[in-house]
Design a protein around this ligand. Structure first.
Ligand SMILES: [Ca+2]
Length: 186
């Protein structure tokens, strides 16, 4: 009699549990994805995540979670020409300077020693690459002519490519000393 009574209670509990699960299944809305509960990091909350949790049931430790953060690159000043002398209409060129990852460049240009009628043209170039990045063609993207009355210039430009290079060409018999650098930021 006692066993029979327990069986009835047990069956009633099972029926209640079944109805509860059925009710939750009918009324529950689509669950939202929580990456902190996706233990297997596959972009899906599934039985795999429950198994992963169950496998560590009872374990304890430091709850701090490791994560990797990709920082924007640090802004940086890139020297191009510093007190480079150009004599008698000559020219100088810079190495290619990497600019990858940055959005803006603040360009600082100066020429000392220009007299009336003397000019030096500062040109910035970038590179056009082929599809598989094995060939390149240069392209002039910016230039300015400095004179005795406008011997300094600064401006903000969009970074035109992965690399930029500079040239300074003195016109006629111009002799001067050129400075150029740029600050990269994003
Ligand atoms: Ca998962």
């Amino acid at each position: 009699m006692k066993m029979s009574h327990l069986r009835i209670v047990y069956t009633a509990l099972n029926v209640a549990l079944f109805i509860s699960i059925l009710f939750i299944g009918i009324t529950a809305s689509q669950p939202s994805y929580d990456p902190w509960l996706d233990n297997t990091d596959d972009g899906y909350g599934g039985i795999d995540d429950i198994v992963a949790t169950a496998e560590h049931f009872g374990a304890s430790g430091d709850p701090a979670k490791l994560c990797n953060i990709t920082n924007w690159p640090m802004g940086t000043q890139v020297p191009v020409f510093y007190a480079r002398e150009i004599t008698n209409g000559g020219s100088v060129g810079s190495a290619w300077c990497p600019t990858n990852g940055f959005k803006y460049m603040v360009l600082l240009i100066r020429a000392d020693g220009l007299t009336t009628g003397e000019e030096v043209e500062i040109t910035m170039s970038s590179r056009i690459y082929n599809d598989d990045h094995t060939l390149m063609a240069g392209i002039n993207v910016w230039s300015i002519t400095l004179t005795s009355t406008m011997s300094e210039y600064n401006t903000v430009l969009f970074v035109p490519g992965e690399q930029v290079g500079f040239g300074a060409d003195a016109l006629g018999s111009t002799t001067c000393i050129v400075y150029a650098s740029f600050y990269l930021t994003w």
